[in-house]
Design a protein around this ligand. Structure first.
Ligand code: ADP
Ligand code: F6P
Length: 329
């Protein structure tokens, strides 16, 4: 979608769950805007800062050396009250008062829902940049932070494998992903896990137990079961409990990787993706694009209307799911 507005000052915010590489995206937005003689205002704590006018003028040096840092220098938040139209009106008035005439929103699909409403209700030029470890956003092959998160998970599971092997243990390892199994599936393939449970596929405890019995007959010295937090068997703790009831002689342990997956220095891939998308988001606003999320698909920069980016989801690769079990046999 294209709107024609003379843009002089851009606001940038990070919203929802943070992800490694958000800082690299902020840096790219700030430096590209300055390169194009635009002013940039950093909005703290996502939509919460928009409401409380936590604005700070950003210069080139404001983003020095943040490219290697995890988290987000602008901080992030969940701001449920932003679903209220009256509250969004206050946000828009705050932007107007500070002469911020366009916005870059770095976050997940929830953040884009809010951004879409600002675009539709007030005609505010807004471009979204996909930053979430979950990789579930339609309109981009990868989201910023996913690569770092899976590498963190892989390194943790490799360590768990060492101790599992030494003690002939079964480990149920819970990884993030409330609605999507990308982190679980990639971690599973990369660590040779024996089974993978994801939100997209019903958890069949009997089938899982039969896998474990087969693995035991083959004298496997350890088993790793990767459990996405949103699968329907009750998470790693719930699934481990159910398996224990059926296979009481199997010794199992549960590890939840949790927010470790959201932190840490971003990988090279995440830094590059964030730099590209942050840069192109500003170019898009300058050229009059709005109401869209910017992404990269098959090495091309693509724009997806918020309406689509918020309602559709990337699908996990079912083929990869099938081969993950075959390769661990
Ligand atoms: P993410 O952006 O990572 O998906 P959330 O779903 O928590 O994270 O969304 C981040 C924020 O976006 C929410 O706290 C809220 O401020 C805003 N948001 C989410 N959904 C909506 C909506 N339907 N309408 C307006 N704002 C929304
Ligand atoms: O959306 C990113 C994410 O890390 C999800 O994988 C996870 O379910 C959620 O955020 C956790 O968020 P919170 O820290 O708010 O519980």
């Amino acid at each position: 979608m294209r709107t024609r507005k003379n843009i002089r000052r851009i606001g940038v915010l990070t919203s929802g769950g943070d992800s490694p590489g958000m800082n690299a995206a902020i840096r790219a937005v700030v430096r590209t805007a300055i390169y194009n003689n635009l002013e940039v205002v950093g909005i703290m704590r996502g939509y919460s800062g928009l409401l409380s006018k936590q604005f700070m003028s950003m210069q080139s040096h404001s983003v020095s050396k943040i490219i290697s840092q995890g988290g987000t220098m602008l901080k992030s938040s969940r701001c449920p009250e932003f679903k209220n139209p009256e509250v969004r009106k206050v946000a828009y008035e705050n932007l107007q008062e500070s002469c911020i005439d366009a916005l870059v929103v770095i976050g997940g699909d929830g953040s884009f829902r809010g951004a879409n409403l600002l675009f539709k209700e007030f005609g505010l030029p807004v471009v979204g940049v996909p930053g979430t470890i979950d990789n579930d956003i339609y309109g981009t092959d990868f989201t910023i932070g996913f690569d770092t998160a899976i590498n963190t998970a892989v390194s943790a599971v490799d360590k768990l494998r060492d101790t599992a092997d030494s003690h002939n243990l079964i480990f149920f390892v819970e990884v993030m992903g409330r609605d999507a199994g990308f982190i679980a599936l990639n971690t599973s393939i990369a660590t040779g896990a024996e089974a993978t449970l994801v939100p997209e596929i019903h958890t069949d405890i009997d089938k899982l137990c039969s896998y474990m019995e087969l693995d035991r007959r083959k004298n496997k010295t350890s088993s790793i079961i990767i459990v996405a937090e949103g699968e329907d068997g009750g998470g790693a703790i719930g699934v481990a409990q159910k398996v224990k009831e059926r296979l009481p002689n199997y010794e199992a342990r549960v590890t939840t990787l949790g927010h470790i997956q959201r932190g840490g220095s971003p990988s090279c891939n995440d830094r590059v993706l964030a730099s590209l998308l942050g840069h192109e988001a500003v170019n898009a606003l300058i050229s009059g694009r709005s109401g869209v999320m910017i992404g990269q698909m098959q090495n091309q920069v693509v724009f997806t209307p918020f309406d689509e980016a918020c309602t559709r989801h990337n699908e996990i690769n079912k083929k990869l799911y099938e081969i993950s079990r075959i390769l661990s046999l």
